[in-house]
Design a protein around this ligand. Sequence first.
Ligand SMILES: [Zn+2]
Length: 281
Amino acid sequence: MRKIVFFLVLLISMKAVAGAGAPEMKAKNGYVEPFRMFDNVYYVGDKWVSSYAVETSSGLIIIDTLDFPYSKWIPINLEKLGLNDKKVTHIFVTHGHSDHVGGAKFLQSLYGSKVIMSENALELTKEQSLKSKGKKKFLPPAVESFAEDSSNIVVGDTEFKFYITLGHTEGDLSIDFFVEDKGKRYRAFVVGGHGTNFQKPGLAKQFMASMARIKNLAVESPAVTVNLSNHPHKNNLFENREKNMKEVSSNPFISKEGFFRFIEQQSDLAKAKLIHNNSKK
Ligand SMILES: [Zn+2]
């Protein structure tokens, strides 16, 4: 009995710690109600930055962690979705900007998860952490092993493939895996970063090369049909959620055309900016 009481107190205090200091969950603060996108994928991000919870047979994976302290919404969202009894085994971080990595250490401390990111992303995280202040102050997570290009990890019943696709930063990590919709499998892709970095022209060229590489990878059979972008406005996430609520016959998050259009757009934008930059010289 004593053990049970202790466990309950521990659970309640863990919850209190998780929620303490979270920004008010209001739309004006960017709060978005979490929702299910696929049998095994949930949106737990905010209005500006995506965070996905992927359910595997051995627990949850969180992809990207929002800016701190908005990251504190993630455990609350998992609870709202009824996923709070699942173990968060891993946290995958697409790149080292604070809006993706800000909550990695917080979630790692809360759940004891392994954090996977590229080595360069951790370097950028350390720089961003030093610059973070006040309520937004965050620390870099502990990373045991870095994601390598063309590597993979199997968690329970789900395999994740990693690609280093530089250009937005020097450490962008793209993730390739299968989602399920009513038991049917669809290939999904998380592009590690959007938009080129024009302070470093070399990166802009790498970005275009990365988009070309992603396109080649994505057409391989079965082709990618799900764009799990790391910003919600890049994959019309909220418009598609509205459609999904209307019980349309097909899942609106599945669109092969949508994914490839997105890659083309990213590449075209980078090309246009490069030409513009060169013409200014
Ligand atoms: Zn970024």
